[in-house]
Write a protein of this length. Structure first.
Lengths: 420, 154
């Protein structure tokens, strides 16, 4: 509630900055956009750049298109505020889903900054600006690494940062705490997941051409909103253990209660003369079945030829544990079909749901970025995704029979990115 | 014999042009403009190290080392001076600097330096604001501003 109040104050100060009564409040408005056209060539499996966005196949002009606006407001000496709204192809279209930043910041000393309100996560190298296509090489951040990360891209809370020049380098340490709600859609219904008591620590060190970031994060899963999941869990709870002993364990795995997610990530960027090399490795551990415990990593190498940068990259996301094996129910001889059939159907649904959530895929990409002016850049990129059988957790798969199949997808994208 | 005569003619006529072109190319890449970093005369800061200039111009710190607010100024993009300054300061051209500032601005971390319309405009801003920090070619230096860093000193 407190953070909501801070966000409201930040939004109010944006309005006030435009008002002639507030002469001491100075505002600066800026924005960014990526206009993209892309084609995904596999009709069985829907692609989305972000876990929060709509999945689809074939041609799309909205899949990677984004427009954002930002207000930087100077409130007083040592006090400022930032509000950022980013429009993109989110499955959930509440205003809250598009509000990326709304915080008030106080700088008590040169090395310290404290922020409160809606904040951007500091988990990954790109997590503070994943929507600003002009600022990075690719048409979108690496899918394996950043797609699910978008669910926790911003949070409502507070962070404190300490920065210090050390010899020729510069160190930033940040500790953040808060909570967030990921707003998704499942079969057209609202699917909200609460991440409570989110705590993140990150250390970033920049030295000449090198930037390194290490971060660790932990969150508790709070409640969720999805009527069909409630119904599903209730059905699992109603199955007598002697008929299907695994039902109770599956119910606990699908329920968010008493589960946590831990994450650790390490990223390195080398940007010098003609070379731009970037790599990140992340490990997640989740007790909740809907979020698989994964090893995510990517390596991207770019080479500048005059003003054009050519790049190629490889990404992976692999499940670190054996996927949940749903065992069939065992019925004593003579069990009426009215009992056995629904339980068998429930077991089939549980297996389908568990299999759909596993993420196991690799991809390679090649592309080019051409700056055409001080604030415009054109990009072209081809991605080839190899999604392993029962590994399409980041994709939309309509037919249950396709979940266990291996899929190969090519995505061709052309985009124009601008900052203004 | 004819070939040797032709080569001799070629080097006599073309070599000066080639050398001039190469010298121009290298002098361009070497960013021969000599800059000084300057502040308002009333600013209590008398000297900055290159590291301190980098910290302010790259948005790492928003204040001078004494804690007072710093407002860095950029020269216009189309003047070549901005490109030369950043090559000398952090070995990054203007294209890289633009991408760098897109990252900082839209991560909510800091705002980029204010763009002056010309060297005269930058000098006016420096003259009028105690918080301003600017860079100008040394030949345009006036008595109205205070030099806090010279690139040839380190």
């Amino acid at each position: 509630m407190f953070y909501r109040f801070i966000m409201a104050v930040a939004l109010f100060s944006t309005c006030l900055a435009n008002n002639s009564y507030a002469n001491d409040i100075k505002a600066q408005f800026s924005g960014f956009a990526s206009l993209a056209l892309s084609y995904s060539d596999n009709k069985d499996i829907g692609f989305a750049a972000s876990y929060l966005n709509k999945n689809d196949t074939g041609w799309s002009a909205t899949r990677d298109s984004i427009i954002g606006g930002q207000a930087n407001i100077t409130l007083a000496k040592n006090w400022d505020s930032v509000v950022q709204v980013v429009l993109q192809d989110h499955a959930n279209t509440d205003f809250d889903s598009f509000l990326e930043l709304a915080f008030i910041r106080y700088r008590p000393a040169r090395n310290w900054a404290i922020r409160a309100g809606r904040l951007n996560s500091d988990l990954y190298l790109l997590s503070e600006y994943p929507h600003v296509g002009y600022a990075y090489l690719w048409v979108r951040p690496p899918h394996e690494y950043y797609s699910f990360a978008s669910a926790g891209g911003h949070f409502d809370g507070v962070d404190i940062e300490y920065s210090q020049a050390i010899n020729d380098g510069f160190l930033r340490l940040k500790l953040a705490a808060g909570n967030t709600t990921a707003k998704l859609k499942a079969s057209g219904d609202d699917f909200f997941i609460d991440f409570d008591n989110l705590i993140t620590f990150s250390a970033t060190y920049a030295l000449d051409a090198w930037t390194m970031r290490f971060s660790v994060s932990r969150t508790e899963l709070g409640g969720y909103k999805l009527a069909s999941l409630d119904e599903f869990i209730n059905l699992l709870d109603s199955v007598p253990p002697y008929i299907w002993p695994q039902a109770a364990a599956l119910s606990a795995s699908f329920n968010t209660e008493n589960h946590t997610i831990e994450y650790a990530a390490l990223g390195v960027t080398y940007d010098n003369d003609n070379w731009l090399i970037q790599s990140e490795v992340g490990l997640s551990e989740s007790g909740w079945l809907a979020v698989s415990s994964n090893l995510n990593a990517y390596l991207s190498v770019g080479y500048r030829l005059d003003s054009t940068t050519l790049f190629a990259g490889i990404s992976i996301s692999e499940n670190r544990h054996k996927p949940t094996d749903v065992t069939p129910a065992q019925f004593p001889p003579g069990t009426p079909r009215q009992i056995s059939l629904p339980v068998q159907q429930l077991a089939f649904a549980a297996k389908d749901a568990a299999d759909r959530l596993v993420v196991h895929q690799h991809s390679i990409n090649i592309g080019a970025k051409w700056p055409i002016s001080d604030n415009w850049a054109l990009k072209a990129q081809i991605d080839h995704f190899d999604i392993k059988p029962t590994g399409g957790g980041l994709w939309s798969i309509n037919n249950a029979v396709d979940v266990g199949k291996r899929h190969k997808v090519n995505v061709f994208t052309f985009s124009a990115s601008v900052v203004f | 014999m004819y070939l040797l005569s032709a080569l001799a003619w070629y080097f006599k006529m073309k070599l000066p042009l080639i050398l001039t072109t190469w010298l121009a190319f290298f002098s361009h890449n070497a960013t021969s403009t000599e800059f000084v970093v300057v502040v308002n005369k009333n600013n209590t800061i008398n000297t900055l190290s290159k590291r301190e200039v980098i910290d302010i111009y790259m948005g790492r710190y928003l204040t001078f080392p004494d804690g007072e607010l710093a407002q860095p100024l950029d020269l216009p993009s189309d003047s070549q001076f901005k490109n030369d300054f950043y090559l000398q300061l952090v070995n990054k051209n203007e294209q890289k600097i633009n991408a760098y500032w897109a990252r900082l601005l839209f991560s909510g971390r800091a705002k980029p330096p204010v763009a002056a319309n010309s060297i005269e405009d930058a000098l006016n801003k420096l003259y009028n604001s105690p918080y301003s920090l600017g860079y100008i070619p040394i030949e345009q230096l006036t008595d109205n501003v205070k030099v806090v860093y010279r690139f040839n000193e380190n």
